[in-house]
Design a protein around this ligand. Sequence first.
Ligand code: NAP
Length: 321
Amino acid sequence: MKAIRVHQFGGPEVLQLQEVEVPRPGSDEVLIRVKAAGVNPYDTYMRSGAYGARNPNLPYTPGSDAAGTVEEVGAAAGHLKTGMRVYTTGTLSGAYAEFALCKPDQLQPLPERITYGQGAGIYVPYATAYRSLFQLANAKPGETILVHGASGGVGIAAIQWARAVGLKVIGTAGTEKGMQLIREQGAEHCFNHRAPDYQQKILDATAGRGLDVILEMLANVNLGHDLKMLAHRGRVVVVGSRGDVQITPRDLMAREARILAVFLWSIPADDAIEVHAALQAGLKNGSLQPIVGSELPLASAPEAHRRILEPGALGKIVLIP
Ligand code: NAP
């Protein structure tokens, strides 16, 4: 089968398309035929060797989000049947490949209305957004949230979750196309995070009251200012950060506000069960509709890794084996 292999940490060029053996499932494992693999920013941190204790052993195949069909089920791998449509919450062998080995609990049913491309953009973005909004920030219907960086995978997911439960959503993007996309997804107010004074415009859109919740995709740039935009008892959830930042603690004190942070890979089992139930409901009733901005062939994995770190996000980048 074709698979992307990484033999040394480095830039996007270390992602090599190679011919490798199709893995055989052990008795408690499942082989899936990958129809689409989602590209997440953390795939790039891992590839460059910058993911600390979670760096993989070399060589490895990147990717954790995929959608496809069950190809082969180990004797003790439970209820799964050949041909079932599934999406992954992780894999044993890597998602950027024609086939991937998984544990049964890394597979969730993919509802008929969701395409494979969309399925590859479910777990990391939607679970992160759900956990941030509901399990950490405890957002309630009627509250106003800012999705600070709403045009990418997690941001679009956050808008859809928020709209489904009656939160008021303000979103930001860095391009006209991104603003258009988040408006279509249901953000009531959209601002460009590259425009001067956009934070003041956000505050004006809340009539000066401030935001109950901010989901922050680039904390190293924005966290200090986020604290000045919070309402009394507001919460910021740090979702993404690529460096250090200075904050003024008095901004928190004056508002009795909180800074929270999410790390999807440490989600407790009970909370994961809740996320999966909410995901199945939302995917089936149509309130969750992953947006695929671009589909690229598997061989273009280096291009996908370059693009995902550039400005101009429009939903998910997906690789097609
Ligand atoms: P993505 O699809 O690449 O989207 C990145 C988003 O950040 C885009 O909306 C982009 O907007 C926005 N952005 C760029 N510059 C910004 C700025 N100055 N202020 C605010 N937003 C800005 O990535 P993603 O999958 O949504 O992930 C977002 C971040 O969360 C990444 O850093 C990722 O590593 C992290 N993440 C963390 C977890 C966790 O467990 N903590 C899980 C998933 C993701 P434009 O391109 O329109 O400028």
